[in-house]
Design a protein around this ligand. Sequence first.
Ligand SMILES: Cc1ncc(COP(=O)(O)O)c(C=O)c1O
Length: 464
Amino acid sequence: MNPKGVVFCDPIIWAMPPNDERLSSSIDIYRKKTPRSAKIFERSKKYHVNGVSHNIRFFSPYPFVTRSAKGRSITDVDGNKYTDYWMGHWSLILGHAAPPVAALVRKQLPSCWMHGTANEMTVTFSEVIQKAVPVAEKIRYVSTGTEATMYAVRTARAHTGRKVIAKVDGGWHGYTTDLLKSVNWPFEKPESLGLTDDAHIVSIPYNDLEGSLKVLQEVKGDLAGVIIEPVLGGGGCIPARKDYLSGIEEFVHRNGSLFLLDEIVTGFRFSFGCLYTSMGLEPDIVTLGKIVGGGFPIGVICGRDEIMRISDTSMRSKSDRAYIGGGTFSANPVTMTAGRAMLQHLRKNRGVYNKIGRLGDMARRGLEKAFGGRVAVTGKGSLFLTHFLRDGVEDIANAADAARCDTEMLRRYHFEMIARDGIFFLPGKLGAVSSAHGEADIKALIGASERFSSLIEQQVPANV
Ligand SMILES: Cc1ncc(COP(=O)(O)O)c(C=O)c1O
């Protein structure tokens, strides 16, 4: 176990201590109910590093193998059904296999799922996005959030002619080479081998305006932009303070740098549009992903015309333009159709946001009550994460606070619910309520948490 804790976005493999007696009975239960998953996962390890294609999807002793998913549930190959709060990396705001998306995708498939030429679905989809996200005067589609943030950073550098990008400690923007720095607390070591140069990335303390401005001041001459998630997602489900974001924005704009908001998690999550509009912010570039793909692969770079123009190859010579966007599958007909179906549904059914926000509130309140003073539950709207507090951590304002909590206990809690209660959070990660969830699900979650709370009550007194 890492004595300093591990930040939740850490894509390292989490291995439970094999001889942890407190867990052994739930591991037994899990093994008994998932024999086919165990077998398939053994096969998977022969072909895939760590047995998976995304490190975070592994959890010990082995992840169950999914057979199907519908609405709020995932069913594994052994027939176990789990109420799902991971929801496809938080991308499935309407639940799995949402009928409004499925219907339009089915209709699209016979006429083609890939052609690599211009298509009308993209235009229609962009019309919907632009109305809801005013900064999206120009849009480029890619296939992942990682690509979107990579291009956002490149755009900022190209537009300003400067090199330095600031990101926050614990900020997660995908595996983007440029931004794979200061992700995991204590934010010291390089995050990965194979990164050639992170000299032009600086990190700033989240939700600490004074501390951040101090760092930005030092690099201001070469500062191309600052990239921030308005709710730190992987870093602990922590909303940014409004005065923090507006203070950074003001500095950045005064300095001729760009303000980049990574809304890959937050876009269309809390309302029909982005969080920045409701916070009164004026970013130059916004990245989107997850929800806007309707469950299909997507990344979106949205920006003001004046800025995105740097990538206009028709007007510029090779020496003064940037390559932004690309990719064989960018703007493919299926993703464009699914994304449009998702957004059109959300636009017409804004009650979804009231519903999932209310359930999120219910979860946060219920979980805090279930665990007494032992936890803080952070989040916003339909996103929430339980932090098991330790001495000296009372408030979760940034990724370091989150990492100093008992992250092993959090993973244990999530695993216990998988094994015993049929409730699935990716161990250690925040949960997302979808419109397919209901009050009964949240009550079941609170009930399972009460049981876990009384179990650990007998083992460890609160706040040690
Ligand atoms: C805020 C944020 N940005 C970027 C990414 C990367 O997106 P993708 O996994 O689609 O590459 C993620 C993924 O979780 C994210 O949470």
